[in-house]
Design a protein. Structure first.
Length: 131
């Protein structure tokens, strides 16, 4: 209700491939009452890096329940936002094929410092049939 997102869904599997924050009620033309309700429902306190990583794992496992940290490599950046990336670097593309910018099955979750989802990307479905 307070943030607006754009979704991309894989037509074959029905799984969410990408989510992108496109705006928030606080910057829209909503009434002051609606803005106040959103601010109250979504306090602006910052989450810790550990909380962000737990949240990223939870988001990633919603679409890929069997996702494990032993199956892939995880990187985590704590700049002005939390960027969590999981990649299965054991995967090799078939000879002659390339993939950019992600050459491995990848799940990427970007959260702001308050723990709100900014971006979700999941390319694992594109690689699943070829493994």
């Amino acid at each position: 209700k307070c943030q607006f997102y754009s979704y991309e869904v894989d037509a074959k599997s029905g799984k969410v491939v990408q989510v992108q924050l496109i705006g928030a009620l606080a910057v829209g033309s909503a009434s002051e009452t609606e803005k106040a309700a959103c601010d109250k429902a979504n306090p602006q306190s910052q989450i810790t890096a550990s909380e962000a990583e737990d949240l990223a794992w939870a988001i990633a496992r919603k679409n890929v329940p069997d996702l494990s940290d032993s199956r892939g490599e995880v990187s985590f950046d704590q700049g002005d936002r939390y960027i969590w990336t999981w990649q299965d670097k054991s995967y090799t593309l078939p000879e002659g094929l390339t993939s950019e910018p992600w050459q491995y099955p990848t799940i990427r979750v970007i959260l702001d410092k308050q723990g709100r989802l900014m971006t979700y990307l999941n390319t694992t479905f594109f690689y699943a049939e070829n493994q």
